[in-house]
Design a binder for this molecule. Structure first.
Ligand code: SF4
Length: 265
């Protein structure tokens, strides 16, 4: 694919997004905090499930200082049901840093707790509208298939739209399993992977999801749910899972009971 063809494909992608991109609450803002909250929630959690959590979170804590002023236990309770609660803990820690010192310069977003390269790039693109493409595993897959010579960049001033469009394309059409090449993909015309019949070959291997039933993740989730409901749970009900929550700061131990992290002694 020539560079001109790749750039023209991105223009088409942006037009598709302008026309068909869903209106999601975090797409109506360029506020860094809102973008950070949405990006952290969207890691490993489907969009439809995130929306009510995001709206509730932003209603309660519309700025980093608001979240920093409550205990991490309150943040964890609000996160209940979203999964991977370490993300709530990291958000709370990041809120504390931002409340105390302000936002780092965009080039230093990775200094914030829990913010890796992808999330930092998402902040640069979706909040600051810098010309950067945030590449999570889905976007990397779309780039590998549709732009095998590398991401050609977005038209001037349209990086935000191109980034959002790539997210939608990866989620709705260019999926790891059962990609919808001939089922409405807006980028089918001229797609190198589809034309060559090698779509599956350029699908990055996905790790098989570890069995959830009986796993430590399930056991920890069980304790966290009990904590959110009852405010305390016996350590003896699952000492191993309890120790793991305490080690990660997701709960505190008071003698023989576990209590929400950060709650008063
Ligand atoms: S045609 Fe297939 S491989 Fe190409 S962008 Fe669309 S879904 Fe992905």
């Amino acid at each position: 694919m020539t560079p001109d063809a790749a750039r023209s494909a991105v223009r088409r992608l942006v037009r598709w997004f302008d026309r068909d991109g869903p209106d999601l609450p975090w797409r109506r803002t360029r506020d860094r905090w809102a973008v950070l909250v949405s990006e952290v929630m969207l890691q490993a959690t489907p969009v439809a499930r995130v929306v009510p959590y995001y709206e509730d979170w932003m209603r309660r804590w519309p700025a980093p200082g608001d979240l920093a002023s409550v205990t991490v236990g309150e943040a964890l309770a609000a996160w209940q049901g979203l999964g991977y609660p370490r993300r709530a803990r990291n958000l709370h820690a990041a809120a504390g840093v931002i409340a105390a010192h302000g936002w780092p310069a965009p080039a230093r977003y990775e200094d914030l707790p829990g913010v890796g390269r992808y999330t930092a790039d998402a902040l640069r693109c979706f909040a600051d509208e810098q010309p950067v493409l945030p590449e999570d595993v889905n976007v990397r897959r779309v780039v590998a298939r549709r732009f095998p010579d590398g991401w050609p960049g977005a038209p001037r001033g349209r990086s935000w739209h191109a980034g959002q469009a790539m997210m939608d394309l990866g989620r709705e059409f260019c999926r790891a399993r059962a990609p919808r090449c001939d089922d409405g993909c807006p980028m089918r015309a001229g797609c190198p992977a589809a034309d060559a019949g090698v779509v599956d070959e350029v699908t990055p291997r996905t790790r098989r999801q570890a069995r959830y039933e009986g796993s430590m993740r399930q056991r920890r989730g069980h304790l966290l749910r009990a904590l959110a409901t009852d405010g305390r749970v016996s350590v003896g009900s699952d000492p191993e899972a309890a120790a793991s929550l305490v080690a990660e700061g997701l709960a505190d131990r008071r003698g023989v009971v576990l209590v929400p992290a950060g709650s008063a002694a």
